[in-house]
Write a protein that binds this ligand. Structure first.
Ligand SMILES: NC(=O)C1=CN([C@@H]2O[C@H](COP(=O)(O)OP(=O)(O)OC[C@H]3O[C@@H](n4cnc5c(N)ncnc54)[C@H](OP(=O)(O)O)[C@@H]3O)[C@@H](O)[C@H]2O)C=CC1
Ligand SMILES: O=C(O)[C@@H]1CCC=N1
Length: 274
């Protein structure tokens, strides 16, 4: 029988994982999502066939897995409201919140629950997610497998053995779809300046990213070698890559990712009011 999974919060991230799970064959009737407003839940219920609830504690009473998917800033109230129901049932709890440590979450939840911290990303919606996962000591091997299975249904899963590394995962994959979307915007704008219709430039840029990603994933060669294969000596790509390197693309990306990970750490200390 499929695990009964309850999502606390039904926004962008929960919606992406739920959509991917259903596409991958998880029965919609075994998925529950909660939100304060039924007005928001009604279309989800109609579109996906999942169960919905406005009462978080009621929604976890028969759950095997509970995914905490609300904004970090409201997580404390949500956890405290769930504490009794979760302590009574002790399901596997998976938090997808950025920058909220397992210690903080355990304190809010009353302690000692099997808790996995997960940093997923929104391409889970199309089955191409990438998630970093960290298991606390309370998580059994079987529960770790359960968490893997859930997230593998919507993409790649990488476990880290040090919780702090989830901040690096946030920089490399959790926040990173936005870096690529920014690049699509910029390439479309540049393509238009070069005379292409916007739609044509957008389609070409996106398809190229998809092709490059698939090649990098399937090839035996490193990204550097694949890059060099495109660069004919004295040709057009060489000119473009020289420009990107001179303009400091690597440094800019590195600084952006440092800022991302630093913000996750900052959020952890801002929100840790145990
Ligand atoms: N978006 C992303 O790409 C990623 C997000 N995350 C993490 O996922 C979490 C959710 O982010 P995201 O999905 O973007 O945020 P959203 O704002 O899209 O979703 C949060 C949802 O929680 C609902 N909500 C608010 N209060 C409650 C409550 N008391 N009980 C139940 N549900 C409630 C909100 O409803 P309403 O709108 O009505 O308030 C909303 O539907 C965050 O912790 C974030 O760090 C992690 C990785 C990637
Ligand atoms: O921007 C954020 O805080 C969340 C976490 C990772 C992606 N979105």
């Amino acid at each position: 029988m499929a695990s009964r999974v309850t999502f606390i919060g039904a926004g962008n991230m929960a919606g992406a994982i739920i959509g991917g799970m259903i596409d991958h064959g998880h029965p919609a009737a075994a998925i529950t999502a909660t939100s304060p407003s039924d007005e928001f839940l009604a279309p989800l219920r109609a579109r996906l066939g999942i169960r919905t609830e406005t009462d978080n504690a009621a929604a976890v009473r028969d759950a095997d897995i509970v995914v905490l998917a609300v904004k970090p800033q409201i997580m404390r109230g949500v956890c405290e409201g769930l504490r009794d129901a979760l302590q009574a049932r002790r399901p596997l709890v998976i938090s997808v919140a950025a920058g909220l440590t397992a210690d903080t979450l355990q304190t809010w939840l009353g302690g000692d629950l099997p808790l996995v911290r997960c940093m997923p990303n929104t391409p889970a919606l199309v089955g191409a997610g990438a998630a970093g996962m960290f298991a606390t000591a309370e998580v059994s091997a079987a529960q770790r497998d359960q968490a893997s299975e859930l997230l593998e249904a919507v993409g790649l899963v990488e476990w880290v053995e040090e919780e702090g590394l989830l901040d690096a995962v946030t920089a490399v994959s959790g926040s990173a779809p936005a870096y690529f979307f920014l690049m699509f915007e910029a390439m479309e704008e540049a393509g238009v300046k070069l005379g292409l219709p916007a739609e044509t430039a957008r389609r070409l840029a996106i398809q190229t990213a998809l092709g490059a990603a698939r090649m990098a994933q399937q090839s035996e060669f490193s990204p550097d070698r694949l890059k060099r294969n495109v660069m004919s000596p004295g040709g057009t790509t060489e000119r473009a890559i020289e420009h990107l390197e001179r303009a400091g693309l690597r440094q800019t990306l590195s600084e952006a990712m440092d800022a991302c990970a630093a913000r996750a750490r900052e959020m952890a200390s801002e929100l840790d009011q145990r």
